[in-house]
Design a protein around this ligand. Structure first.
Ligand code: SF4
Length: 362
């Protein structure tokens, strides 16, 4: 089982972000959220091994050391992670200090640091609230803590950011002892504070995506998903499991779950979730769910093999998957797919057009 905790609190709202989070939360909101986690987990009986735990948001590290310790203790007691469980936490530079990083190191196996850019001017363009000093200090603290796995988040195609400036970000990133990099093309979500101002150049973004893959491959980082690169063994297991249709139980407002058949989204905002508003259920026919899972994991470089497909909930015969892939290739472009008896993957160009392909499959 894969667990996700949504900590819906941020110091301020970044200009491109439309994820659900509460900027500058009061203390009472944080305490009520933790109380509710405790209540839900006390009633929860895990039936499968705890394979991964992911604490995301929002900014989980906005919580104090004592609050994080309370949450970690709760997860330990109720979900029983073992030595091989992957435990990831998202962190933002301005919320870290030495004590907090040491506490995180005692619990998490993987830390994901949201830098977005080493250049302060581009973080400013993004409306991202981290000073250069905070970024430098956070990098130093996390590097010294030697997490088993360390990811940096970067964003490219920011207005005013040249390809050379992003290349500089990549070069600085690979000097660090990281084993994972997430490089996202700027995509201001509908409803984001600066969505009208942050318009990326799509052609430039595609060119940078191509060059990023080539550069990082030379540095030992494989593109294993459209926007994610890892050294061998550094892949995020939680995300890989979720893309393959693995079981997911989400806690917190706006958190998603998947029970093998139905998807659920917990209520938001925080007040609605705290008030016990039931989650929204997404129930679709089994054939549609199979197509959805099949399309989602084509985001990954390894795509599907018959063995992997057989492990998905309610899998149909591999022949049907080959037929679905061939159909999507003829409706989009044969050059997007690499289909053989024992594997279906997207080509580099196919990954760039994953949205179109997913639509054709689903
Ligand atoms: S990008 Fe992250 S830190 Fe910024 S508002 Fe969204 S969730 Fe919060």
């Amino acid at each position: 089982m894969n667990y996700y905790f949504h900590l819906p609190f941020c110091r301020s709202k970044c200009g491109y972000c439309a994820f659900y989070s509460e900027p500058s939360p009061d203390q009472e909101s944080i305490t009520c959220c933790l109380d509710r986690f405790e209540e839900e987990l006390s009633a929860f009986v895990p039936r499968e091994r705890c394979e991964t735990v992911y604490l995301g948001g929002g900014t989980p590290t906005l919580l104090s050391e004592a609050e994080l310790e309370r949450l970690f203790t709760l997860i330990d007691r109720r979900l029983h992670p073992d030595a091989s469980t992957e435990i990831s936490i998202e962190a933002n530079p301005e919320t870290l200090d030495k004590g907090k990083v040491q506490l995180l190191r005692g619990f998490a196996t993987r830390l994901s640091l949201g830098i977005q850019s080493f250049h302060p001017e581009f973080r400013r363009t993004l409306g991202r609230d981290s000073s250069q000093k905070a970024v430098e200090q956070a990098i130093e603290l996390v590097a010294a803590a030697e997490f088993p796995h360390w990811n940096l988040d970067l964003i490219y195609a920011i207005p005013g950011q040249s390809a050379a400036a992003f290349q500089d970000d990549l070069e600085r990133a690979v000097q660090l002892p990281i084993d994972h990099l997430s490089c996202y093309s700027l995509t201001p979500e509908e409803g984001a504070r600066l969505s009208d101002e942050l318009i990326p150049d799509d052609d430039e973004a595609a060119r940078i995506w191509q060059e990023t893959g080539e550069f990082l491959a030379g540095e030992g980082f494989r593109r294993y998903e459209i926007s994610n690169y890892a050294r061998t063994g550094g892949e995020c297991r939680h995300n890989c499991n979720v893309w393959r249709g693995g079981l997911l139980r989400g806690f917190g407002p706006a958190a998603a779950s998947f029970d093998g058949t139905k998807r659920f989204i917990q209520a938001e905002p925080l007040t609605a979730w705290l008030a016990g508003t039931p989650p929204e259920t997404d129930e679709i026919p089994p054939a549609a769910r199979r197509n959805e899972i099949f399309a989602i994991n084509l985001r990954t470089a390894d795509g599907w093999t018959p063995e992997l497909w057989a492990m998905t909930p309610d899998a149909d015969p591999w022949e049907m998957r080959l037929a679905a892939a061939r159909r999507a290739a003829s409706e989009t472009s044969p050059e997007f797919f690499d289909i053989s008896r024992n594997r279906v993957i997207l080509t580099g160009r196919g990954l760039l057009f994953w949205n179109t392909i997913a639509e054709a499959i689903i």
